[in-house]
Ligand binder design. Sequence first.
Ligand code: B4P
Length: 196
Amino acid sequence: MFNFILFGPPGSGKGTQSEKLIAKYHLKHLSTGDLLRSEIAKKTPLGLEAKKLMDKGSLVPDSVVIGMISDMLDANKGAAGFLFDGFPRTKVQSEELDKLLHARNSEINVVLALDVSESELVKRLLKRGETSGRSDDVNESVIRARIAEYHKKTSAVLEHYDKFDKVIHVKGEGSIEQIFERLCASLDQLQEEKHN
Ligand code: B4P
């Protein structure tokens, strides 16, 4: 099994690159953002609660997303591996993910971290907000709140995986294709090392 986390601040291109990476590497894509938006669209009690937090730029509670990921791991037992997109987003989520994978005789092989400047993040998200219908993208103050939440809580995920020497930084600016090639180069090298 080959599992990795595509990591980065809001708007760094995690969702965009995940679509391309799962097609190439045949992995199961687990995006907590997509799972939450699907709950919102279905107007479930969980979705209605999550929407209030997401609209403010806050993270939803750890227990909610950990439960979702645990269910998805159980529902996809035959997967060749998982691409985690937007999860984990806190130190607690990282520790719980490690436990969930360990219980399934697996682990995170690598964390690919997309590095993008704050001005570029804000520009991309405001642009997406013009067409996406996502309420967390239309307002610059909500976008800035999401970035602040990232610095406060999510950057700890990198420190966690750095301890195990599992983090590779990838330049997340340039064309979508250029960034995809950089990510593939890191993954191909790792998979080659794993097989030797
Ligand atoms: P997510 O759905 O994870 O989304 P994101 O952080 O906004 O974006 P992503 O990095 O995927 O950006 P994208 O590729 O789309 O989170 C949304 C919310 O859900 C969070 O704020 C939080 O409230 C909640 N949530 C999710 N997971 C959670 C968790 N684990 N715990 C707690 N709460 C959680 O790219 C953005 C835009 O840039 C797109 O329009 C794209 O076209 C454009 N773009 C991409 N690459 C580009 C490039 N190279 N050049 C120019 N534009 C580019």
